[in-house]
Design a protein around this ligand. Structure first.
Ligand code: ZN
Ligand code: ZN
Length: 284
């Protein structure tokens, strides 16, 4: 049954830093982590604090082979990696991918940098899983698993960031976080990645009203997400990378406004699952 489903599950939707408390209980406080299941294949995007519960649940469901793609390595996108238990388990395969530091640092070097003393008690040497680090450059087309195509592009973010377009079974899901837009312009690289997508997961840290105060931080707005999705013919828009101070009630309000403008818009929350049925013939 699951062979015919492209599943997307949000494990961490919060940007910048994890939060907790009653005012964040419904949308959740974990930082960035998205699971995509293309039939039997499990892909993960970013290793924020949401990666810890993701690892636990996926192991419980019998997954032994993980491909984890980094958009970039700011703390909110990596802090969960040392707590990803499957890495310490014999018999598990973990493939890590990154491209935002191409030519400057390899994926292996990046991970070695922050999983070691004095930042962490041990080094990657304690991992018992088979760990494979892959490097790519923005624009490369990746084929991590049979029939799964992952297109990549550069986003506008301090230090660089990669946007992903995942294609499987005739369905398309794009991860566009973190990125800043120019007022009045549509980013061509983003348009390419989200063209005709079933779902666009977009950096909606700020509102347009707030944006002026935070120019240069490398983030965007739900209003820009709507414009991009309309221009690209995308059908779903997940408001994502919520500001750590944004409460549940505020996110409800933001979701209402976004839905009024674009019917396929919603504010993503931890644990939320979306299922896109695929055509069996289109699985290549
Ligand atoms: Zn971020
Ligand atoms: Zn960032």
């Amino acid at each position: 049954m699951d062979d015919d489903i492209f599943l997307v599950r949000f494990w961490g939707v919060r940007g910048s830093i994890a939060v907790s408390g009653p005012e964040f209980a419904r949308y959740g406080g974990n930082t960035i982590c998205i699971e995509m299941r293309c039939g039997e294949h499990t892909l993960l995007f970013d290793a924020g604090s949401g990666l810890r519960p993701a690892g636990k649940a996926l192991r419980a469901s019998g997954v032994t082979d993980f491909d984890l793609f980094f958009t970039h390595c700011h703390y909110d996108h990596i802090i969960g990696l040392p707590a990803f238990k499957p890495m310490y388990e014999r018999g598990i395969k973990v493939t890590l991918w990154s491209g935002h530091l191409a030519g400057r640092m390899t994926t292996r070097q990046m991970v070695d940098e922050f999983i070691r003393p004095p930042w962490f008690p041990v080094t990657l040497g304690v991992c018992r899983a088979s760990l494979d680090c892959r490097d790519f450059a923005s624009g490369d087309v990746l084929r991590p698993r049979e029939g799964v195509v992952v297109r990549t592009g550069s986003l506008t973010h301090p230090g660089g960031c990669i946007g992903y377009r995942v294609e499987w079974g005739g369905r398309v899901v794009a991860v566009i976080t973190d990125t800043e837009h120019e007022p009045g312009e549509l980013d061509q690289a983003v348009l390419q990645l989200i063209e005709d997508a079933d779902l666009v997961i977009y950096d909606c840290t700020y509102t347009e009203e707030e944006m002026e105060r935070y120019r240069g931080n490398g983030h965007s707005t739900w209003q820009q997400g709507v414009k991009l999705c309309e221009a690209a013919g995308a059908r779903g828009l997940a408001l994502f990378h919520h500001d750590p101070s944004r409460t549940d009630d505020e996110l409800d309000g933001m979701e209402r406004l976004a839905k009024d403008r674009f019917a396929g818009a919603f504010a993503a929350r931890d644990g939320q699952t979306l299922k896109f049925p695929v055509s069996v013939h289109k699985k290549r």
